[in-house]
Design a protein around this ligand. Structure first.
Ligand SMILES: [Zn+2]
Ligand SMILES: [Zn+2]
Ligand SMILES: [Zn+2]
Length: 170
């Protein structure tokens, strides 16, 4: 924006410039504070979204485990199978789902081979999503993430289901 200096003395013009300079600095400070707050909120909402996705997958998994157990029970009642033993539920180290310790299905676990990366809309850098807060070099404010990617498969949804499958891992 141009500062209107017509009919002003040099001293007046300088004071106008200084006033604008001060406003700019105040706004930059405010912007930094707001971006930090936004970052915290964004991280919280991401965590909740992840939790939601995990619960959805757990639900899907539980439903298929239930029908599997029901089939086993029917077979047991028909005398075609030995009594079904109760097995403990354990958490998979990789996909974080709870699963029965007797589940050795080759495709039960879905996962990505590379860690999730995030893109800063401010400085344009990519960083590992689970790393510490990354700061933009200039100005010194937290990076603002506008997009994500899984380098292994190119998917851009941060909750995209794994591109590889295998047995659950303990
Ligand atoms: Zn798993
Ligand atoms: Zn992937
Ligand atoms: Zn940045």
């Amino acid at each position: 924006m141009l500062v209107q200096t017509d009919g002003m003395s040099e001293k007046e013009a300088i004071s106008v410039i200084q006033k604008h300079e001060q406003t700019i600095q105040e706004l930059q400070t405010m912007l930094g504070i707001l971006q930090k707050r936004l970052y915290v909120q964004q991280e919280r909402s991401n965590q909740m979204e992840e939790q939601l996705e995990r619960s959805k997958r757990q639900l899907f998994y539980e439903r298929s485990a239930r029908s599997k157990a029901e089939r086993a029970l029917r077979a047991e009642r028909n005398g075609t199978q030995s009594p079904h033993s109760l097995v403990a539920e354990i958490e998979c180290k990789r996909c974080k789902l709870m699963f029965s310790s007797d589940n050795q299905d080759e495709d039960a676990c879905r996962y990505h081979v590379s860690p999730l990366e995030r893109h800063c809309g401010e400085c344009g850098r990519w960083s590992i999503a689970n790393s510490e807060v990354v700061f933009c070099q200039k100005p010194n404010i937290p990076c603002w993430y506008d997009s994500y990617r899984w380098p292994c498969c190119g998917m851009t949804d941060r909750n995209a289901i794994g591109c590889k499958s295998g047995k659950h891992s303990t």
